[in-house]
Design a protein around this ligand. Structure first.
Ligand SMILES: *[C@@H]1O[C@H](CO)[C@@H](O)[C@H](O)[C@H]1NC(C)=O
Ligand SMILES: *[C@@H]1O[C@H](CO)[C@@H](O)[C@H](O)[C@H]1NC(C)=O
Ligand SMILES: *[C@@H]1O[C@H](CO)[C@@H](O)[C@H](O)[C@H]1NC(C)=O
Ligand SMILES: *[C@@H]1O[C@H](CO)[C@@H](O)[C@H](O)[C@H]1NC(C)=O
Ligand SMILES: *[C@@H]1O[C@H](CO)[C@@H](O)[C@H](O)[C@H]1NC(C)=O
Ligand SMILES: *[C@@H]1O[C@H](CO)[C@@H](O)[C@H](O)[C@H]1NC(C)=O
Ligand SMILES: *[C@@H]1O[C@H](CO)[C@@H](O)[C@H](O)[C@H]1NC(C)=O
Ligand SMILES: *[C@@H]1O[C@H](CO)[C@@H](O)[C@H](O)[C@H]1NC(C)=O
Ligand SMILES: *[C@@H]1O[C@H](CO)[C@@H](O)[C@H](O)[C@H]1NC(C)=O
Ligand SMILES: *[C@@H]1O[C@H](CO)[C@@H](O)[C@H](O)[C@H]1NC(C)=O
Ligand SMILES: *[C@@H]1O[C@H](CO)[C@@H](O)[C@H](O)[C@H]1NC(C)=O
Ligand SMILES: *[C@@H]1O[C@H](CO)[C@@H](O)[C@H](O)[C@H]1NC(C)=O
Length: 469
């Protein structure tokens, strides 16, 4: 890990020295209105037209532009698009190394003989795929926005568009911007289908694709990082088990136990769902469960947002959080604060099982004065770089558990062996899109810790193989 960081850090250090005297930009940001000559402001973002841009800070590879002469939408950000008939790219200058949000917008329309819905392509960064075999339906009037969270280490960042044979690629708008300080950290509880597996380290070297962002107990909303939150009702397993909390109308105590005004908007922390306690039914056996569709046997970063807006006084309410049925975690903010209405969140790395769902529940605890449980928000992001490593195209799936030892070198030998096998299996298939096994291998230098903080000697590595027939 270190050796990858060294060079860019060095470079950035000198870059920042050079730039310090002139206009130093603490927040790198790019909002691009693809295929257009004009700038358009959307929710405070100035999307710069890339057609006659004399900007030196980003560049576009060989491509052409199309525009929607029949404009079915009034959002002119989507009236133009850039088209790639050969592999091409956008390249951005990066001043501040760090965690970035990257959003890629697609909106289909018909222009002359070109129907953008016919495009079939891959989108990649640094040798791995953000989107592969990507195609859009004729979805009238709603753009498709794909969001990624990744670490940019170098002074250039490029997004490649690769059309498939006899097709083309296109893009309507691009956003690349640095997240606020300390937006993501590392070392989260790792939940796997066989139970908890210590803490997961290595978040900065991963790339995430947002798949769910939910405001529990509240309305659809968007926030200062232009993220869209949707209500939770469609994910609730049993509607009667939960009721909407009385929404909070005081001032939230941000920056007390981790939650900032950037981690989620007010409307997420000021609304929640809590147990529907009824006089007749005992509360102690119930819980609220939400079910989120995910890819089978893939890895996710799950961020759960909480804020005790139910209690009038501190110390009264603790409850349990469950991920699937094999992991539980007590949620109790009053170990760290004596203030109610203080936003906080928990991050987990969760490996999905073979159900195609990720289940999250909250339930009451015997030792709590107030016997209820609540949840304010859910974000689920898939590890896409690891998925490329894990998922090899094919049709029959089987799961192999590889137990690797304490020593990193031993781990490496095992992984090499597995990779060798994977390669041999791949070789029997028609050229598979997407897998770059080498990208997923790394040695964690941090020791993995078990439940009680002790070092554990074994690491389970689940490798799914779509087997050869
Ligand atoms: C578009 O925005 C960029 C960056 O703010 C600015 O440099 C450029 O002059 C603008 N172009 C037009 C046509 O307003
Ligand atoms: C514009 O829309 C009309 C009706 O929606 C359609 O008949 C026509 O072919 C479209 N024109 C172009 C250039 O796509
Ligand atoms: C689009 O703009 C036209 C003219 O400004 C207006 O009449 C129409 O209602 C708008 N459509 C939508 C969906 O906002
Ligand atoms: C998309 O729209 C085009 C033209 O309107 C039509 O020919 C095509 O069949 C549509 N494709 C799908 C998948 O609906
Ligand atoms: C980020 O976290 C580090 C270590 O926890 C802390 O020292 C620093 O002040 C934080 N930065 C901000 C802007 O909160
Ligand atoms: C950033 O550096 C890490 C290693 O420190 C590397 O694994 C990762 O791929 C890099 N991320 C990008 C987007 O290049
Ligand atoms: C975001 O929220 C603002 C204010 O609530 C609203 O005007 C805007 O339409 C929203 N944007 C989207 C894309 O939902
Ligand atoms: C709470 O539970 C009661 C009894 O089971 C039910 O009648 C009521 O509709 C539930 N409330 C909500 C908001 O679902
Ligand atoms: C919240 O607002 C309502 C009216 O909007 C008011 O009656 C109530 O007292 C307020 N609650 C708090 C806790 O401030
Ligand atoms: C968030 O809080 C910081 C200070 O803690 C402030 O500078 C910033 O303007 C706030 N942002 C929003 C969107 O309220
Ligand atoms: C709830 O717990 C109490 C004691 O802790 C017990 O007496 C009661 O039967 C339980 N209710 C249900 C419905 O399990
Ligand atoms: C939730 O409650 C149901 C029934 O009360 C129980 O069967 C289930 O195991 C509970 N789920 C969890 C994760 O505790």
């Amino acid at each position: 890990m270190e050796k990858f960081y060294l060079f860019p850090l060095f470079l950035l250090y000198f870059l920042s020295l050079l730039l310090f005297s002139s206009a130093y930009t603490p927040q790198n940001k790019y909002f691009i209105n693809c295929g257009s000559k004009s700038n358009i402001t959307v929710n405070g973002r100035n999307f710069v037209g890339d057609s006659n841009s004399n900007s030196l800070s980003f560049s576009v590879g060989p491509s052409s532009t199309v525009s929607d002469t029949n404009s079915s939408t009034n959002n002119s950000l989507y009236q133009t698009a850039r088209i790639f008939t050969n592999p091409s790219f956008y390249e951005f200058d990066i001043i501040d190394k760090g965690t970035y949000y990257v959003r890629i917008h697609f909106f289909t329309f018909v222009s002359g003989r070109t129907n953008l819905a016919d495009a079939l392509f891959d989108v990649s960064v640094s040798d791995f795929y953000l989107l592969s075999n990507f195609a859009l339906q004729n979805n009238s009037n709603s753009p498709v926005i794909e969001e990624f969270l990744l670490t940019i280490n170098g002074s250039k960042f490029s997004i490649q568009f690769t059309p498939h044979k006899n097709s083309f690629a296109f893009v309507s708008a691009v956003e690349v911007f640095l997240t606020p300080p300390n937006f993501t950290t590392d070392g989260f509880p790792h939940v796997t289908p066989i139970g908890e597996n210590g803490d997961y380290y290595g978040i900065p070297s991963q790339v995430f694709r947002t798949i769910h962002r939910v405001n529990v107990g509240g309305p659809k909303t968007n926030d200062t990082l232009w993220r869209n939150w949707i209500p939770d009702d469609e994910y609730l397993l049993s509607a009667g088990s939960a009721k909407t909390c009385a929404s909070y109308n005081g001032t939230l105590n941000y920056d007390v136990i981790g939650g900032t005004n950037y981690s989620a908007p007010d409307l997420v922390y000021k609304t929640c769902k809590e147990l529907n306690l009824t006089v007749n039914k005992g509360s102690n056996s119930s819980n609220i469960s939400w079910q989120f569709g995910v890819s089978k046997s893939s890895r996710h970063m799950v961020r759960l947002h909480f804020c005790d807006i139910i209690s009038k006084d501190p110390y009264l309410l603790k409850f349990n959080l469950y991920i699937y049925s094999y992991f539980s975690q007590m949620i109790y903010p009053y170990e760290k604060t004596d203030q109610v209405a203080a936003p906080f969140y928990w991050d987990f790395v969760v490996d999905s099982d073979n159900s195609g769902y990720l289940n999250i529940s909250v339930g009451p605890r015997e030792d709590s004065t107030t016997k209820t449980a609540y949840l304010n928000g859910v974000e689920i992001m898939e590890f896409i770089k690891e998925s490329d490593f894990v998922h090899i195209p094919g049709n029959r799936k089987k799961v192999i558990f590889v137990v690797v030892g304490t020593v990193c070198g031993v781990t490496f030998v095992f992984i090499l062996a597995v990779l060798f096998l994977l390669k041999r299996m791949r070789a029997k298939h028609v050229d598979g899109v997407g897998s770059k096994p080498e990208g997923g291998v790394e040695c964690n230098e941090e020791p993995l810790r078990g439940d009680n903080g002790s070092d554990i000697s074994g690491v389970f590595s689940q490798i799914e193989i779509d087997g050869a027939r």
